[in-house]
Design a protein around this ligand. Structure first.
Ligand code: ADP
Length: 398
């Protein structure tokens, strides 16, 4: 089989054009002696045959000594990427120029090859753009993080200020409220003179209002202590008697509201880790809610039992009251939240009691949860950790 040793110039030109390649040959004086450029990679304008190479390729001006070194074989071919040209179809293209030395007959010559690298150029441009966008995004992210840190610091400062303000205000309110309350007591006892029926009724309203305000200030103070992590319990190993007594103390509340209170205590309950004052507060909060959110004639049931594995004492307060709508339930126990059903029956309150109750239960190491159905009633459950007389927790094995 015969091998081709010579390629027709027209065929070579067509092949090169097809692959978007052009070439120029220049002599040692850098005069163009031949060229093939069917697509205009050298530049659509001008017939450069016989012209000076540096006129055709102004980008090479200043690189004469490098070109001389390439021609003399002293250095590697010279490569310049992304020359900008307008081709024969008036399209903007990127061109790669490679200038290498070669022989034409017995003379040294400079072979300049032009390749269309537009796709590569566009990809490179896009990459650069993306990199810039990424840098911008990183910078704006860093700015946002800084802003967020500043906002956080400010928020912490404002929260601290709020806590200080609330606790100062609550403290300041407590003294005059206590004075109002005790003077109202003196008046009611007739120690400052006999009062008639209407005056006594008015005094009753004043005392109730002062008591409620005192309760609100106590709750506000607890809330600021809980938020600051400054509320500490005095845990003791106690029997369920402390909880039973707290329930019994509230019995008059239900009698006044014409509600029926039933208390069921499982026999042989284990001891538990309890802060008596705070546990009483938990019981009082749950019972006063049960009373407040249950109509007259309703039923309240309190049960005390141990969980099956013996590790916890479970106190449940159930009522036959207004209940809590499903959509409100996830927020119950969060700060200042009041359910729609509470507003519907115009029950007084501020939404702090359960937040404090839940926090107190958790500080005891116990759990807090509830079930409720609107119009049927609610059941609030809290647990206390069961312990032996030495204060060691009772594990799952009892
Ligand atoms: P307050 O009673 O002062 O509004 P709480 O924190 O004690 O605040 O209770 C938060 C909310 O939970 C109440 O406003 C009420 O909507 C709902 N809630 C609490 N206990 C009951 C209950 N036993 N029955 C129905 N809703 C209740």
């Amino acid at each position: 089989m015969r091998r081709a040793t010579h390629v027709e110039p027209a065929v070579a030109a067509a092949l090169l054009a097809n692959r978007r390649v052009a070439w120029v040959v220049a002599d040692q004086a850098l005069q163009i002696t031949s060229l093939v450029d069917a697509t205009g990679l050298l530049g659509a304008t001008g017939d450069w045959l016989g012209a000076a190479l540096l006129d055709a390729l102004p980008e090479l001006v200043g690189s004469e000594s490098e070109l001389a070194a390439v021609l003399a074989g002293r250095s590697d071919p010279l490569c310049i990427d992304f020359l900008e040209r307008t081709d024969c179809d008036a399209l903007a293209v990127y061109v790669r120029l490679t200038a290498a030395a070669g022989d034409v007959g017995s003379a040294r010559a400079l072979f300049c090859v032009f390749e269309d690298v537009t796709d590569l150029g566009i990809s490179r441009q896009r990459l650069t753009q993306s990199r810039n966008q990424l840098l911008l995004a990183q910078r704006s992210l860093a700015d946002t993080v800084l802003d967020l840190q500043a906002s956080n610091t400010e928020l912490r400062r404002l929260t601290d200020m709020k806590s200080v303000f609330v606790s100062v205000a609550a403290h300041e309110l407590r003294t005059p409220l206590a004075v109002i309350s005790s003077y109202a007591d003196l008046l009611a006892q007739g120690l400052v003179g006999e009062l008639n029926e209407r005056q006594l009724q008015g005094l009753g309203i004043i005392r109730d209002g002062a008591e409620r305000l005192l309760q609100v200030t106590a709750n506000l103070l607890d809330m600021t202590r809980i938020e600051a992590g400054r509320l500490e319990l005095v845990l003791q190993v106690l029997d369920a008697g402390a909880l039973v007594a707290a329930v019994e103390e509230q019995r008059p509340l239900f009698e006044q509201a014409d509600q029926h209170l039933a208390l069921a205590v499982e026999p042989a309950l284990p001891l538990a880790l309890i802060d008596e004052v705070r546990a009483t507060q938990i019981v009082v909060n749950l019972l006063s809610n049960a009373c407040k959110y249950t109509p007259g004639g309703g039923a309240i049931a309190v049960t005390l039992r141990q969980l099956a594995d013996g590790s916890e004492l479970l106190l449940t307060v159930s009522d036959s009251g207004v209940g809590i709508a499903l959509e409100d339930q996830p927020q119950i126990g969060s700060w200042l939240f009041r359910a729609q059903s509470a507003n519907e029956i115009s029950a007084k309150g501020v939404g702090l009691g359960l937040y404090i109750t839940r926090s107190l239960v958790e500080l005891h190491g116990g759990r807090f949860w509830f079930d409720s159905a609107p119009g049927v009633g609610s059941a609030f459950h809290v647990t206390f950790l069961a312990a032996d007389a030495e204060g060691d927790l009772r594990g799952n094995d009892g």
